[in-house]
Design a protein around this ligand. Structure first.
Ligand SMILES: [Zn+2]
Length: 417
């Protein structure tokens, strides 16, 4: 799909020389722009260091991007004139920092959750400028849902006043098994969808390039670009809500595994015999112990103080008030979460683990037991060296991640606007 769009945009893709751009030039441009997605400001000298490109190449690429309005030089802080200080010389001004111009381009992010869809138009720093939420009726057919999603996305674009040519594309984080290459959502268990052609359907309706990925992986990308994972070499994002899953980035790139199955930690076997049956068909999976549904089912047996709102929130409130049963239940489930994280640490040893969804909302209650479990169950204290953080994007992690997907897929073919 990206290739098809690349061909369609060929005439617009002047890059820096007005040509259609060689593979090498596209590769270099990608390396430069990628550095800006991962760091807020970078000097030309740092760019040369990060990308391994010559200072001449950097100067030329940067000049073109400034001309297109995508990059700007950061104004140095004003200070008293010091005539003895060395003045920057030459065209390159290698030490002056550069940054992206936030509203030079935009992306649309769409996060499909089980019962709702979050939409946002974000700038180049992943900051939502406009947002919308669409509630999905239970059992909605994929074609109806996609029709409604495309209408809402078109509304956001229209009401933003942003020129269509400044919108790089739409990124979508979908649940279940997603194939970025074909754009097909193979299985979305929570929605009952199978083999839904997300990319073809939305790109035809919206006339925008569309990129898709599993929604937890998209969140991992958001944290890598703009959150707790900035400037880290490896990150694991762990999400728990209806299901439990992980997304990994290594050197800023998503790690998907050979068949797109990397990160299915919800289906780690924790109870080998006699565990609850999981929706995957196995039994005793981590998800049967620490998903919101699993915890709520266990909480139903407790004598919790009456109150409004979902049971899981009442459970959390009770634990915070010192209710013994609530504290014990969450400590038990925190231990299972800790075992899951210990497995992640022992397998990929990430620099940082970021928690999202219920694990983020309940982190104040879960953290002590999770940390103790990580300490006990990792080799040579590796768990203690792993930074644990909660997502900085709260409930917007998914939609910001979806926008990150679009930037990652379509930002590297700048168009003259
Ligand atoms: Zn399972």
């Amino acid at each position: 799909m990206a290739q098809r769009w690349g061909q369609r945009l060929g005439g617009l893709r002047s890059l820096l020389t007005g040509s259609t751009g060689s593979t090498i030039r596209a590769h270099n441009l990608r390396a430069v722009l990628f550095a800006f997605l991962r760091q807020e400001s970078v000097s030309r000298a740092q760019l040369a260091q990060i990308t391994g490109l010559s200072s001449t190449s950097i100067t030329n690429l940067v000049r073109g991007l400034i001309r297109q309005g995508v990059l700007a030089e950061v104004k140095p802080p004003r200070r008293k004139a010091d005539r003895t200080a060395p003045q920057p010389r030459g065209v390159g001004r290698p030490q002056r920092a550069l940054r992206l111009v936030p509203d030079a381009r935009f992306a649309v992010g769409v996060h499909i959750d089980v019962d709702r869809v979050y939409l946002a138009l974000t700038d180049l720093y992943g900051r939502p400028r406009l947002t919308d939420t669409l509630i999905l009726p239970e059992g909605i057919a994929a074609t109806d849902a996609l029709q409604q999603i495309s209408e809402r996305a078109a509304q956001i674009i229209n009401s933003s006043g942003v020129l269509p040519e400044r919108i790089l594309g739409l990124g979508m984080g979908a649940s279940g098994l997603v194939e970025p290459e074909t754009g097909i959502n193979r299985i979305a268990p929570g929605l009952g969808w199978q083999d839904v052609p997300l990319v073809d359907s939305l790109s035809a309706r919206l006339r925008l390039p569309v990129a898709v990925e599993n929604n937890v992986r998209a969140m991992a990308l958001a944290e890598t670009f703009w959150g707790a994972g900035q400037n880290t070499s490896s990150l694991a994002f762990i999400y728990g809500r209806v299901g439990v899953g992980a997304g990994f980035t290594l050197d800023g790139q998503l790690y998907r595994g050979a068949n797109g199955g990397a990160g299915e930690i919800g289906h780690l076997t924790i109870i080998p015999v006699g565990g609850e049956t999981c929706r995957c068909g196995n039994s005793g999976c981590l998800e049967t112990l620490i998903s919101e549904g699993a915890i709520s089912r266990a909480a139903a047996a407790l004598d919790l103080p009456p109150g409004d709102g979902p049971l899981i929130e009442r459970l959390l409130g009770a634990a915070r008030s010192g209710h013994a049963g609530a504290c014990d239940l969450l400590a038990e489930r925190a231990r299972y979460l800790g075992i899951g994280l210990a497995t992640v640490v022992s397998t990929i040893n990430p620099e940082v683990i970021v928690l999202g969804g219920f694990f983020a909302r309940a982190w104040d209650v879960l953290e002590p037991v999770v940390r103790a479990t990580l300490h006990e169950r990792t080799f040579a204290g590796m768990g203690d060296c792993t930074r644990l953080e909660v997502t900085r994007f709260n409930e917007q992690a998914g939609v910001i991640g979806a926008a990150a997907l679009a930037l990652q897929a379509f930002f590297f073919e700048p168009r003259e606007v």
